[in-house]
Design a protein around this ligand. Structure first.
Ligand code: MSP
Length: 508
């Protein structure tokens, strides 16, 4: 069985979960669900990043023990994922002792092989980014991100990142799928035009105690990124009943473009140093913006995903997030857009088609699906549209474009409505009951396929759609459920409240 291993970044527990985190996590969830439908064995990993200065400061600010603070915040993320219907297979936390053991084992191996060395280090330290900058890199006495910096000189441990510079360039150039979209690969290649230095991987315990102690010098803790990136590997070893390290390398690391360098430079060189295979694809998506601004806590325009979920339901939010953003580009988030997508695509197209078909079967066929009857051109066209949609979804998912998959599925939903207009079963029923029945069969079967194809995006809504058509709410894999001819004559059909109610936006 083919394997698929997908990850999200592990989120810092110094912040409340917000829409940006939710997007990456829903994207991973939708891709994981699609790959399960494709009959693959899937591991989907998410979790929280709990060490480092920012977390320690957040705990201090609340007057809390850092572990207690982490437990609380990590649980908050997990609770949001639960409400969003996230189907991760393991929830990793970097304060888990098994993770720490893996980090220390790999550090020891790198140390023994001379991949890590000690040296004096001096430079300008950005506390909030936990990174050193050289004098030249400072902008008006501040870090490039605009944060305050302090001058520090201390013994440090370094990973020999620089020696892998050419190997990394070669790998990126030889593997067009390694960093996508392409503009992000080019950005990394641009960054690699300058000489790549070694990576400081230690923080003195005297300054920062909240971390994993270095196995070869207990006066230091491990740099938080070195610790965090290893979650992608460590989780496979201890998160499951059996060791699932056979899932390494990951098929897909999903990240926001803000953390490209750590994932596309630090992480692969770390793996090279450890003589481990590199992930197949790193996909850096864009940002959700409000108006022209990136959402951020400091700007105070964070949208709590819970709030939009309360208003519209989780599946509508999932649909919107997946439909609106092409992975790679930035997108705007607004309530108007959610309402518009819901009303025009989900209510008018899909919900309306389902409503017409189920109501007519209830009214004229005692809620039992009629047989397909004879096929004319419109029926053949509809079947062709269904095949096209199923193939299109498969292709788009393999390209990691859930928005494309949605487009393909919604194309079929529109084809159903066009088909119904052509055959007009509500009129035909008076003259030719068999023909009208055949039309309803075809429309129902096509809608069933739409439900199967969108199930990964809207598991609740599509589950309900399928059950109204007499099918189990959890579809079997695509090979047996996304093809034509599953619905049988006599299958019980029932209508209900509109599956996708329209929303009106209150105008201020
Ligand atoms: N802890 C690190 C990641 C370590 S992974 C080994 C981290 N955490 S974070 O909490 O800051 O989360 C960053 C991620 O959240 C981004 O990469 C992105 O996936 C998501 N987003 C945060 N804000 C976002 C937007 N405004 N828009 C889209 N996604 C964004 O960095």
């Amino acid at each position: 069985m083919a394997k698929f291993y997908v990850t999200t970044p592990i989120y810092y527990v110094n912040d409340e979960p917000h829409l940006g985190h939710a997007y990456t996590t829903v994207l991973a969830d939708v891709l994981a669900r699609y790959h399960r439908h494709m009959g693959e064995e899937v591991i989907f990993l998410t979790g929280t990043d709990e060490h480092g200065q920012k977390v320690q400061q957040a705990a201090d600010a609340r007057g809390m023990d850092p572990q207690a603070h982490c437990d609380e915040l990590s649980e908050r993320f997990a609770a949001v994922w639960e409400r969003l219907g996230i189907s991760h297979d393991f929830y990793i936390r970097t304060t888990m002792k098994e993770h720490g053991n893996v980090v220390r084992r790999i550090l020891s191996e790198l140390w023994d092989r001379g991949e890590i060395y000690a040296d004096d280090y001096e430079g300008w330290y950005d506390v909030s980014e936990e990174r050193f900058f050289t004098e030249k890199e400072l902008v008006d006495g501040k870090s490039p991100a605009g944060n305050e910096v302090v001058f520090l000189r201390e013994k440090s441990y370094f990973f020999r990142m620089g020696k892998y510079q050419q190997q990394l360039i070669d790998h990126i150039e030889a593997n067009p799928d390694f960093i996508v979209p392409k503009k992000r690969a080019n950005e990394v290649l641009g960054f690699l035009k300058q000489k790549l230095g070694d990576l400081c991987i230690s923080r003195p315990k005297a300054r920062l105690s909240w971390g994993i102690p270095l196995p070869f010098d207990e006066d230091y803790v491990c740099y938080v990124w070195f610790d965090a990136l290893l979650n992608y590997y460590s989780g496979l070893g201890f998160g499951f009943d059996d060791d699932r390290s056979d899932f390494w390398p990951a098929d897909l690391h999903l990240i926001g473009k803000d953390i490209l360098t750590t994932h596309a430079v630090y992480w692969p060189t770390m793996l090279m140093g450890a003589a481990m295979p590199l992930p197949k694809t790193i996909l850096a998506h864009g940002w959700w913006m409000f108006g022209e601004q990136k959402m951020s806590k400091s700007k105070g325009n964070v949208v709590k995903p819970l709030d939009t979920m309360d208003l519209y339901g989780r599946d509508i939010l999932r649909y919107f997030l997946m439909r609106e953003m092409t992975p790679g580009s930035d997108s705007n988030f607004s309530q108007d857009l959610i309402v518009e997508r819901n009303n025009s695509e989900l209510s008018n197209d899909l919900g309306n088609g389902l409503n017409r078909v189920t109501k007519l079967v209830e009214k004229h066929f005692e809620s039992a699906l009629p047989g397909p009857g004879e096929e004319g051109d419109p029926e053949k066209d509809l079947k062709a549209a269904a095949t096209l949609a199923a193939d299109g979804v498969d292709r788009e998912v393999r390209n990691y474009h859930p928005n494309g998959a949605i487009r393909e599925a919604m194309e079929l939903s529109r084809a159903v409505n066009r088909y119904l207009e052509v055959r007009a079963p509500w009129k035909a029923i008076k003259e030719d009951r068999d023909a009208a029945g055949g039309t309803l069969y075809h429309a129902a079967e096509a809608l069933r396929i739409v439900g199967v194809l969108l199930h990964a995006v809207m598991p609740d809504k599509c589950g309900e759609l399928l059950s109204r058509l007499g099918r189990p709410s959890e579809p079997a894999d695509f090979a047996s459920s996304a093809r034509w001819g599953i619905l049988q004559a006599g299958s019980p059909i029932h209508s209900g409240d509109p599956l996708f109610p329209r929303f009106e936006l209150e105008k201020e």
